[in-house]
Design a protein around this ligand. Structure first.
Ligand code: PRP
Length: 216
């Protein structure tokens, strides 16, 4: 049998995917909190546990044959070099613009900024740039690597562009969403060369995923 490697990310995706991986028959068979390479219930499938933003790179270079990654990451970092055959329908969230609840932007929307050049804190600079440029609104993008919610509270930015799932993090920090930029969910991606070279094995695994997505 052809061996396959599937890359996925720690945290939200791994947690949300575990029931699906179990239904597909590739549940991790080791300590997913420590090991970076994990065997699964299926002797022919190995998991790599890496950072979300690294999943497209591992799959693009063929270090992993397949990957599970959020659409938000594919849109921000580019997923053109990969096949994206399946929306797994899990890890659902949205990329939104949010600000402090007492900001005039809450009532008036982004137009209320007038000629003010908003400062936008985000770890999605590309998505933010595209969104504001499509609106014809000049902004200053401030790239952060985490805890975006803090930026408006300490005057680092006027708004943030960040993922919202339950909305709990925004609420806890006195922030509200003004606009949704796009919706996201976990996608199965496949290396293009592997799709040719290991076609039968990948096709069979894709079929197992497709069946499980309908049943989980
Ligand atoms: C994301 C996002 C928010 C939070 C939103 O962070 O950046 O902080 O989740 O989720 P909620 O609406 O359910 O509260 P994540 O936990 O993925 O970690 P990160 O900040 O390291 O990206």
């Amino acid at each position: 049998m052809t061996a396959l490697t599937l890359a996925l990310s720690k945290g939200r995706i791994l947690e949300d995917c575990t029931p699906l991986l179990t239904a597909v028959g590739i549940a991790p068979a080791g300590d997913a909190s420590r090991l970076l390479r994990l065997p699964t219930q299926d002797a022919n499938v190995e998991l790599l546990v890496i950072r979300p933003t690294d999943v497209p790179t591992y799959v693009e270079y063929g270090a992993a044959d397949l990957g599970i990654v959020g659409k938000d990451i594919l849109l921000e970092h580019g997923g053109e070099a990969l096949y994206e055959p399946l929306d797994l329908g899990i890890a659902r969230c949205r990329l939104s613009v949010a600000t402090q609840k007492d900001s005039p932007l809450v009532k008036g929307g982004l137009d209320a900024a007038g000629s003010q050049r908003l400062r936008v804190a985000t770890k999605y600079p590309e998505m933010a740039r595209r969104y504001f440029s499509a609106r014809g609104q000049q902004v200053e993008i401030i790239k952060l690597y985490g805890s975006m919610e803090l930026a408006p509270l300490v005057g680092l930015s006027d708004v943030i562009v960040d993922l919202v799932a339950t909305g709990n993090t925004l609420r806890a920090n006195g922030l509200v969403e003004i606009v949704t930029i796009c919706e996201s969910s976990a996608r199965l991606v496949v290396n293009k060369a592997a799709m040719k070279m290991k076609h039968a094995a990948i096709r069979a695994l894709l079929d197992r995923f497709t069946l499980a997505v309908g049943n989980v």
